[in-house]
Design a binder for this molecule. Sequence first.
Ligand SMILES: [Fe+2]
Length: 375
Amino acid sequence: MFVFPTSIISARGTRHRLGSLIAARGWSKVLMVVDPGIVGGDFVQDIIASLLKSSIETDIFDAFESNPRVDSANEAGRMAADFSASAILAVGGGSALDLGKAAAILATNAGTILDYIGDSKFAHDPLPLYAIPTTCGSGSEASRVAVLSDPVAKSKVTIKGDGLFPDYAIMDADALSTLPPNLIAWTGMDALTHAVEALIARPATPQSDELAIQASRIIRDHLVTATKDDGQAQEKLMAASTMAGQAFTLSDVGAVHCLSESLGGFIDCPHGLTNAILLAPVLQYYGEVVAPKLALLGKDTLGGTSIDPAVAARSVIRAIENLIRTLEIPPFSTLKVPSTKFEAIAEMAVANGSNSSNQKTMEVQDYLAILNQLS
Ligand SMILES: [Fe+2]
């Protein structure tokens, strides 16, 4: 079933119109969930000014981590309920958007966010959500998923449901103008990972394939330039990120995300960075099982033009490795993952909800083999 209920507004400067857009829906109290690193910056201040101008009451939740924890989600949910918010406005990277989704659930449903792990576990519709990405990778503005960290279980938890599609995705590329080059590179690689994994995952459909291929092409053409403060390239990258988010929503992600999310439960590392490090090695490990699909990126997207799928797939992997070098993505060793944790990390990757979407069945020994190869 092709479900995509999010309205996307893509235009620079849309932040200045947010107040009137929200007031037109009749919502008068908004909880803003804002990435703490940008809360004092011009982009967020412009949004606040716009809301004030339309007499919309606001409260701000910005006390959360770069890999947001379940207790922060519970706190944001409590704040939304206490404030009687009529909508949530999430501004930031994937962390802020996912936390906004969690707050939207808890504002209308009892309990803690851990009660809603899984698919469609909430009984009441979450509050309406405006998602305003300020990075170019998570795709959360186009997805029905929120991922949080559970420090007690040392794992990431996933909450899913059609009610988690944001009502509006506001794609205002001015948000990227102050993003450091390494964050553009890492979040852009997260978007590429979404596209590639959506393409090769078992649940892929012709629609998700087209979105994934097109997103990969845009990322190939614009990611490196986007890191060099090129506003047009950044705008394209933002669009590709949303398309890649739609692609994995229709299909799924796979072993890269299973391993990356598992690593994120043990060490506090940026999600986009771990995906960037893991993407090529995981594709290499899959081998010929994914070659026919991966070869679709070889024709005129990432790699060469061979009609032999295995050769084309290898050229795609080489192209990704070249991109990683150009973007100066650091090696796996910089993550400082203790090898004593590899077994637990591999076990957690197998337990990930997306592990069954892999074309190649991935067991603990498969993930261990990748980790050992990288270390
Ligand atoms: Fe991701």
